[in-house]
Design a protein around this ligand. Structure first.
Ligand SMILES: C[S@@+](CC[C@H](N)C(=O)[O-])C[C@H]1O[C@@H](n2cnc3c(N)ncnc32)[C@H](O)[C@@H]1O
Length: 266
């Protein structure tokens, strides 16, 4: 069972979530997604879908480049927040409330993606296979599915973690301090609980807000993803990268700080 029912606290504060993790360069990552699509033969991308879209930053970026953009998420608050950002930017993003394991899309897309470890909300093989089948239903033949996941090295003792565990983001109205840790790693069930602590100190004197949340995530390694792709009957795994760009291969060098899997729809 995915953790969608449990992840209330964090995702019900979409702006704080967004500010806490607001260190990514969305334009550059969108370039990377389109470069992956070119590298694996899915160009031109005319329509794209983000699973677990959250604030949908990449979709707004793609929409402004003329790509038809669809975002799927289970969380009402997150979708309302994504909608307000799209309205602010005049970006045409179609936001749909639904579960990645069971959704249907009104049309086929060329590229589907699931970023920032969100695929780990699939905590079982059955969840992942259902998600891949639903995604295949939304993709044209030859279309790509890209998932951005934690680098495998981060799960093994003795290998230096590539992720920072504490950081502070400063904005005009608020200073956000975040702690992120991989906790309760269960090597038998292959699950872990990312612990996320966010403290928002407002410059305006508003009361400080503290959020402490633990999600339930699956540890997705290469073998599990290969198995899920094969068992779905819909995808071939065609590429592995260490960042959201075809330029960084998956490996143990520092530049490979994540695991990005690329699957092509049969
Ligand atoms: C960590 S946020 C990531 C947001 C976005 N992908 C990003 O890169 O910023 C994860 C999102 O996944 C959504 N989510 C969790 N389980 C889901 C499911 N089964 N189907 C669809 N969305 C889900 C949550 O509501 C949340 O907005």
């Amino acid at each position: 069972m995915s953790s969608s029912a449990r992840n209330r606290t964090l995702f019900e504060h979409p702006r704080l979530y967004d500010l806490a993790f607001g260190f990514r360069d969305f334009a550059e990552q969108s370039d990377g997604l389109l470069a992956l699509a070119r590298r694996y033969g899915a160009s031109p991308v005319r329509a794209a879908l983000e699973l677990c879209c959250g604030p949908a930053h990449h979709l707004r970026e793609l929409a402004t480049r003329g790509i038809r953009a669809y975002g799927l998420d289970t969380n009402r608050e997150m979708l309302a927040y994504a909608r307000s950002l799209a309205r602010r930017d005049g970006a045409a993003v179609e936001l749909i409330r639904g579960d990645m394991r069971t959704f249907r899309l009104p049309r086929r897309v060329d590229l589907a993606y699931c970023l920032f470890d969100s695929f780990c909300h699939n905590t079982t093989d059955a969840d992942a296979i259902a998600t891949l089948r639903a995604t295949a239903g939304a993709l044209r033949r030859g279309g790509l599915f890209v998932a951005e996941l934690t680098h495998p090295g981060d799960f093994f003792a003795g290998i230096r973690s590539r992720s920072r565990t504490r950081w502070t983001m400063r904005y005009p109205d608020v200073v956000i301090s975040t702690r992120f840790a991989h906790t309760r790693v269960d090597p038998i069930e292959e699950t872990f609980e990312p612990l996320i602590e966010i403290e928002a100190r407002y410059r305006t004197g508003r009361k400080t807000v503290r959020i402490v949340d633990r999600l339930q995530y699956r540890i997705w390694l290469r073998s599990g993803l290969r198995h899920a792709a094969a068992a779905s009957g819909c995808f071939d795994v065609v590429g592995w990268h260490g960042d959201l760009t075809p330029d960084v291969p998956l490996g143990t060098r520092d530049e490979a700080w994540q695991m990005v899997v690329v699957m092509r729809k049969r």
